[in-house]
Design a protein around this ligand. Sequence first.
Ligand SMILES: NC(=O)c1ccc[n+]([C@@H]2O[C@H](COP(=O)([O-])OP(=O)(O)OC[C@H]3O[C@@H](n4cnc5c(N)ncnc54)[C@H](OP(=O)(O)O)[C@@H]3O)[C@@H](O)[C@H]2O)c1
Length: 279
Amino acid sequence: MAPISIPTRTLPDGREMPWLGLGTYPAKGRAAVDAILAAIESGYRLIDTAYNYGNEDAVGTAIRESGLPREEFFVTSKLAGRHQGKPYVREGFSASLERLGLDYVDLYLIHWPLPKVGRYVESYVEMVALQQEGLIRSVGVSNFLDEHITAVVAETGVVPAVDQLQVSPTHAQVDVVNGVARHGTVVQAWSPLERNSGILEHPTVTGIAERLAIAPAQVVLRWLVDRDITSVPASTNPDRQRLNADIFGFALEPADVAAMTAIDVGKPVKQDPRTWEEF
Ligand SMILES: NC(=O)c1ccc[n+]([C@@H]2O[C@H](COP(=O)([O-])OP(=O)(O)OC[C@H]3O[C@@H](n4cnc5c(N)ncnc54)[C@H](OP(=O)(O)O)[C@@H]3O)[C@@H](O)[C@H]2O)c1
């Protein structure tokens, strides 16, 4: 089957990032390598990993086994909480690079702001230095709210290229997304399919899917695109990977976008970036 062509989105630093990438958590080892290779065959080029997923080695192996040139890929990894703080950022970043077996990453994110620890601004400064050295192509953040982005921009003048946030129909995050997007930062949704814990059977989702003769997952992922939000859905299944990526030949009507956004009844996210801590 021919690979799917996934369009790119221009980041505030001028670089291009695919609109959709492969989430890799929690796959590890050979199973992860095989899943990533299948996704690459379907046309995925953005691969999302993190120090804390323990699978950066699998991402690097899949890239090498694909036989495609390194520069065709867009590899994202993330700074773990344990590596926040000026003296530790380089240690964490070097460990990721070594596990990946690569000499640069396309996008490096601060995994969580950990505001009570209070080291995300100095960590971001170090990441900007790594970018100037050519080791990180784009500097970004994850789970950052408007106030956290304001703080890093005030210190460095560098707008985060991407903010990876929890966004899905149950957590549409309209205000959070608007607060981040006003900086020019591109929003990227994590857990967009809510880990298949029921949203794909929601009557609003299945109603739109049936009417448009598409899959429920495609309704959810296209709803994000129509809200100007990129995403990294995870699947280890080649058929579902292909289906998830095949959302660029159609768009939802504004009324369907509004109906999808209205699924959110204001239930707060469990992992609130103001208080969530993981290291
Ligand atoms: N920055 C952060 O703090 C953060 C936090 C969490 C996650 N992430 C990233 O975001 C990625 C995605 O989030 P996630 O893995 O939590 O959740 P997700 O992408 O919402 O859901 C993945 C689950 O949905 C299933 N699935 C995928 N496509 C499907 C389809 N078309 N139909 C039915 N089921 C489908 C997958 O099973 P199969 O594999 O069997 O298809 C898998 O169990 C992660 O892998 C990770 O890279 C980042």
